[in-house]
Design a protein around this ligand. Structure first.
Ligand code: ADP
Ligand code: MG
Length: 685
């Protein structure tokens, strides 16, 4: 096979392999393995040593062992649920091979009486006999070499055996031959000087597949490069589009700033300048506005919206939840009061009559600004001339979705994404390399740092007293319960318990929200909280998303050691949005781990979200970072931005060189395909 044949093979479906029928295909799919390349990236998690071939007098219970024996007697009970059994021997002892769910015919075939076979499996002991139940391998003596060795251990699913999987992956590895190198000498030297094909087979077959070996690093580098290349390509493609420049003067902009009751921070002014320059340029804006919780992104986005409307274009602003969208809508009404800007609200809950009206008035241009939830992106919702799309709290978007969004708005539509997930500087390019990035780092002036305290749970009485005092002063309280388990039931029960407990200790003015509550009910409770009809809001982590309750000044986070650092910071950011001093109390169970102690210490010492994100990354590793794991946009199978930071740096400058020469770029198409990125290129229009 040459390179292009190999490529076709690798990007083909697993069903082209021998032994992958309907059933196995389904099992593989469960492990997210559909293409042959997915098999390559499903790397062994470790290795099983089956090389210790021993005689039957040397068995150790519980140990994975390989033996060479002869079947001497069958025992096939005709009673349901009793296993079939074969008594086997060597010159030194006796063992039972036990089969659940295997037919007699099969057993007679693989274990004929009196012929020597190799069996491998875990040694058990039952009624004074050694036994192996459902052995991993039974092969004729002639195939001893296939079993009697160190064998890679893959993460598999029930029904998919190591034996079957090995046959599949071996076929793939055997087809992969040495390929012409795509990296130049200089890069190759830097990343360990090993060829791709050698690295792939080493990773799968050698019993050292540590993340730092040169073979692993070689593969990781290709993955990093593929990612950065794609982002760079997408960026270029989007930049190539010429759009009609937006033309506006600063009168509205100035008027809004004059009418709000605070001064914009320098960062807010700077970001507005950056956005305005983009809007006025002939290139499509594709910008990410990053700002810690409470940094004041909304006002920036609304002023930009005003400018776009001033230049006779429409604007859509989308938020992830109805309540947040409503909040933006109310703010927009206030800000654009006494202008002739027409604003409408749309969500999945809007009634049909309202929806129809909105549809009509969008098309004839009577609506200038549409604010709402995901409902904004229904096919039926068409604009007369959409000039800007703003998406709030978008950390769930991957590259592909960003492209879709950009395509959807049309060629004159600028895009502004806003995210409160602080991403360490070193990673911005890796995740958002397709976008321009603005950052709001400075906090609004009146903003006091949130005071963070920690208390062991057995001092909860002190906390209750403190809460009572705060409530009597008119302050509102969040009480966050931990997510004990992914399952909604458990999540729900811990919050309900706390709710009942607090009702007993306080008045009835307590609300409860959790993941199992449907959206409408949740919004009703949140509304009550906003209208101050509720003093304490008990919740699971559903309040994480950017709702603004300026009157809430105290947050209690229970079992805080269960949360990651960034997540705690996000939760804490629910308070301290007004001018009053806010407090966060971290409750913890005794016997904190060293890591948990560190987390609490960091939170107490700083309110800087970017700093916290960096620390979080160091403590937990990249894969666990907030927003990343939940997002389902895991861009890396192999590379780890912390461990392989040096490789990311090399790749960054490598991409710049590659992009200088279009012919050169073709060489790298192989890795784009390998890492399943090539499609993204065709989607960019
Ligand atoms: P986020 O960046 O988390 O979305 P918001 O836009 O919701 O933050 O702003 C948080 C709060 O801070 C809001 O009540 C907003 O009115 C207020 N705010 C925004 N900018 C400033 C500023 N420069 N000075 C004072 N308050 C501000
Ligand atoms: Mg916000």
């Amino acid at each position: 096979m040459n390179q292009s044949k190999i490529l076709n093979f690798i990007s083909g479906n697993v069903s082209s392999l021998n032994g992958v029928g309907y059933k196995t295909k389904k099992l593989l799919k469960k492990k997210k393995i559909e293409k042959i390349s997915d098999l390559l990236w499903n790397i062994p998690q470790g290795f099983t040593d089956r090389s210790n071939l021993v005689t039957l007098d040397k068995l150790v219970i519980g140990k994975i062992t390989t033996i060479k024996i002869k079947a001497v007697k069958y025992n096939f009970p005709r009673i349901r649920n009793l296993p079939n059994k074969v008594v086997c021997k060597d010159d030194f002892g006796k063992i039972d091979i036990v089969f659940f769910n295997s037919r007699e015919g099969y057993i007679r075939k693989v274990l004929p009486i009196n012929s020597t076979v190799i069996i491998s499996g875990k040694i058990g002991y039952f009624k004074k006999n050694y036994q192996i139940t459902n052995p991993d391998y039974i092969v004729p003596a002639s195939q001893q070499g296939y079993v009697d060795k160190i064998i890679p251990k893959y993460s598999l699913t029930e029904g998919l055996t190591e034996k079957t999987y090995r046959k599949i992956i071996d076929q793939v590895l055997n087809k992969i031959i040495a390929l012409p190198e795509w990296h130049n000498k200089e890069i190759l030297e830097k990343i360990g000087n090993v060829p791709w094909s050698k690295s792939i087979s080493e990773i799968h077959k050698n019993n050292d597949n540590n993340i730092n070996t040169k073979f692993y690093r070689r593969l990781a580098y290709d993955e990093i490069l593929a990612n950065l290349l794609i982002l760079s390509r997408v960026r270029q493609k989007i930049r190539k589009h010429k759009k009609i420049k937006k033309e506006f003067d600063t009168t509205l902009h100035k008027k809004i700033i004059k009418n709000i009751n605070f001064d914009l921070t320098n960062d807010q002014h700077n970001v507005l300048n950056e956005i305005n320059n983009d809007l006025k340029s002939e290139f499509k804006m594709f910008r990410l506005l990053q700002g810690d919780v409470g940094s004041g992104k909304t006002i920036v986005s609304l002023i930009s919206a005003g400018n776009v409307i001033k230049s006779n274009w429409q604007v859509a602003l989308m938020a992830p939840t109805e309540i947040l969208a409503k909040q933006h809508y109310d703010l927009a009404l206030k800000i654009f009061d006494k202008t002739n800007i027409k604003i409408e609200f749309l969500s999945g809950n809007s009634d049909a009559k309202h929806k129809n009206l909105v549809q009509k008035n969008l098309l004839n241009g009577k609506i200038n600004l549409l604010i709402g939830t995901h409902a904004l992106f229904q096919k039926k919702i068409l604009f007369k001339n959409l000039g800007l799309v703003i998406i709030d709290e978008q950390h769930k978007f991957g590259v592909k979705q960003r492209i879709e969004l950009s395509n959807k708005g049309g060629k004159n539509c600028d895009i502004l994404l806003m995210s409160a997930t602080p991403i360490p500087r070193t990673l911005v390019l890796t995740i958002y390399g397709d976008m321009d990035v603005s950052r709001l780092i400075e906090k609004p002036k009146n903003r006091k740092n949130i005071i963070t305290l920690s208390k062991p749970e057995d001092k909860i009485d002190e906390v209750l007293l403190y809460i009572k005092k705060q409530i009597s002063k008119g302050c509102q309280v969040f009480w966050v319960c931990p997510l004990i388990d992914e399952s909604k039931k458990l999540d729900y029960s811990s919050a309900v318990l706390k709710y009942n407990y607090l009702i007993k200790n306080f008045s009835k003015k307590i609300g409860l929200i959790h993941g199992a509550l449907d959206k409408n009910k949740r919004d009703i409770v949140l509304k009550k909280f906003m209208e101050k009809k509720i003093n304490i809001l008990v919740s699971t982590t559903v309040i994480e998303v950017g709702v603004d309750f300026p009157n809430a000044n105290l947050i209690i986070i229970e079992n805080s050691n269960k949360f990651g650092l960034s997540q705690l910071h996000q939760l804490r950011g629910r308070v301290g949005r007004g001018a009053d001093q806010a407090t966060c109390i971290l409750l913890y169970k005794k016997n904190l781990s060293e890591n948990a102690k560190k987390r609490i210490k960091i939170l107490k010492s700083t309110n800087d979200g970017f700093f916290i994100a960096e620390e979080d990354m160091k403590l937990r590793g990249f894969g666990d970072m907030l927003g990343y794991q939940q997002s389902g946009i895991k861009d890396f199978n192999l590379a780890d931005p912390i461990v392989h930071e040096d490789l990311f740096k090399i790749a960054e400058s490598n991409v710049k060189d590659i992009e200088l020469d279009e012919n050169n770029f073709n060489k790298y198409k192989f890795i784009l395909k390998l890492f399943d990125k090539a499609e993204i290129l065709t989607e960019t229009t």
